[in-house]
Ligand binder design. Structure first.
Ligand SMILES: *Cc1c(COP(=O)(O)O)cnc(C)c1O
Length: 462
């Protein structure tokens, strides 16, 4: 095959794009029928990618053919309806399709002048997210890769804002010799927040850990004294139990004492988009910054993290890059609201997904997945197994008896391939964790998965 692409010939893209579209349809058409996890033969075939860096060019369509033939069978069917591991959503059709189109546009969203369309659409998407979650209308935000980066961005902002109030300029003087900042987290804080704290210069010994209750909620009555140099990190949606910290009480106390409240709401904060579950998120709107993922519960394609900050000037102060040719105009500039400068136009996929759902669709997605989690809990309880958490949203934990038996059930569930669930240890107890986060999960998927879990658990003797 002749070397392609020929210089400057955009038509050279067509065969590869058409082939990719056909293969993508085929993948989505058959994903429900295949095992959730790849077969051993598919994993072995990945060896085919390990060739020396080719000396010469390849035809783009041949590249896609190889990718699909070797890669697709070794994917995990997270976009299907029976993947319940970690907290992993599927991809909404509009969001996926918008991703194709926007990749063809190849827009850099660092500055508005590089892509007016992407910049404007990103503004709208951020506005909608704030509205959907009931957050203050005047907050500023950035689109980043994931909740870890969103937490990092918010905490870097909090650090700089608090130190500035204490008369210390982080941008000029760095962190060495800065007044100490006191960080407070709950005992069941997500490890991503600890990583983000580390990245902004707060080692784990600088962090006070507040006792949590049996659901993983920070105990407000155990909060230490706080002051103007304190950052309190609270959680909306514990990754194991789905539980919410008592935000109203914590925010009131923290703000009386001049502290900054940051929310890790990676998936749980989206409960605010449902009239039925909104009460769980009460008080979180009082915080100073929020980190969340659109690639989890709202089912936007990867990667899609969001940071929102009440004090927009503080976010910009922490994230601005100064260079004569990068000076912002009067409007919002993406790169001055996030750690990255050059960025893909993930705001377009976010916009497309939210536009296709509307408020009602987003609420239904939240509610439907929570109902599925309730059905899992009821089915497993009826079968005689112990549910370890109050199932408040889409997360649930089940024990099949001893740690050994539970681990063996998890191993066999994963191997069986009907569905996929991971393991965890919840407050000392080994559990299988079920997260229902995908728009694609149907009642039939739940029943089929439940039947497989119960059959496997009964076959598994300690
Ligand atoms: C998933 C999760 C994170 C990390 O999210 P990434 O997008 O993987 O970086 C942080 N906090 C909580 C509560 C989470 O569920």
């Amino acid at each position: 095959m002749a070397a392609n692409p020929r210089v400057g010939n955009q038509h050279a893209s067509e065969p590869a794009l058409q082939l990719a579209a056909e293969r993508a349809y085929e993948y989505l058409r058959t994903v429900e029928k295949r095992n959730v996890t790849p077969k051993a033969v598919a994993l072995a075939a990945l060896e085919g990618f390990h060739e020396p860096f080719p000396e010469g060019p390849s035809d783009p369509a041949d590249v896609i053919r190889m990718l699909d033939e070797l890669g697709a069978p070794a994917t995990v069917a997270t976009t299907g309806g029976r993947y319940f591991g970690f907290v992993i959503g599927g991809t909404l059709p509009a969001s996926l399709a918008a991703g194709w189109l926007v990749n063809a546009w190849d827009q850099n969203t660092a500055l508005r002048v590089m892509s007016p369309a992407a910049a404007e659409i990103e503004d709208v998407a951020l506005q909608w997210v704030g509205e959907a979650l009931g957050l203050p209308g005047d907050c500023s935000g950035g689109l980043v890769t994931c909740a870890t980066t969103a937490n990092f961005t918010a905490l870097a902002t909090a650090r700089q804002a608090l130190l500035s109030r204490l008369g210390w300029n982080v941008a000029d003087d760095g962190m060495f010799g800065a007044p100490p900042i006191h960080v407070v987290v709950g005992q069941e804080v997500h490890a991503a927040v600890l990583k983000a704290l580390n990245l902004v210069g707060f080692g784990s010994k600088r962090v006070s850990v507040v006792e949590a209750d049996g659901q993983g909620r920070m105990r407000a009555d155990k909060l230490p004294r706080m002051d103007r140099s304190t950052i309190v990190c609270i959680q909306a949606g514990n990754v194991n139990t789905g539980a919410f910290d008592p935000a109203r009480e914590i925010c009131e106390r923290a703000h009386e004492q001049g502290a900054w409240v940051h929310v890790d709401g990676a998936f749980g904060l989206w409960a605010a988009a449902s009239p039925k579950y909104k009460h769980l998120v009460d008080g979180f709107e009082m915080a100073d910054s929020w980190a969340m993922d659109a690639h989890k519960w709202p089912n936007i394609n990867y990667d899609s993290g969001i940071v929102l900050v009440r004090d927009g000037a503080a976010l910009r102060a922490a994230m601005t890059i100064s260079a004569a040719y990068l000076q912002p105009g009067a409007q919002r500039e993406g790169m001055h609201h996030a750690p990255e400068a050059s960025r893909r136009a993930r705001g377009v996929e976010l916009w497309a997904g939210l536009k296709s759902l509307g408020r009602a669709g987003l609420a239904q997605l939240i509610e439907r997945t929570c109902e599925h989690a309730q059905r899992f809990a009821a089915g497993l309880r009826e079968a005689g197994f112990e549910i370890l958490n109050d199932v408040v949203i889409n997360q649930m934990l089940v024990s099949f008896g001893s740690a050994e038996r539970t681990l063996e059930v998890i191993r066999r569930v994963q191997e069986d391939g009907t569905c996929w669930c991971g393991g965890t240890v919840w407050q000392g107890k080994t559990a299988m964790r079920i997260s229902v986060s995908s728009w694609a999960t149907t009642n039939a998927d739940v029943e089929k998965s439940l039947a497989a879990m119960i059959r496997i658990a009964r076959e598994t003797v300690a």
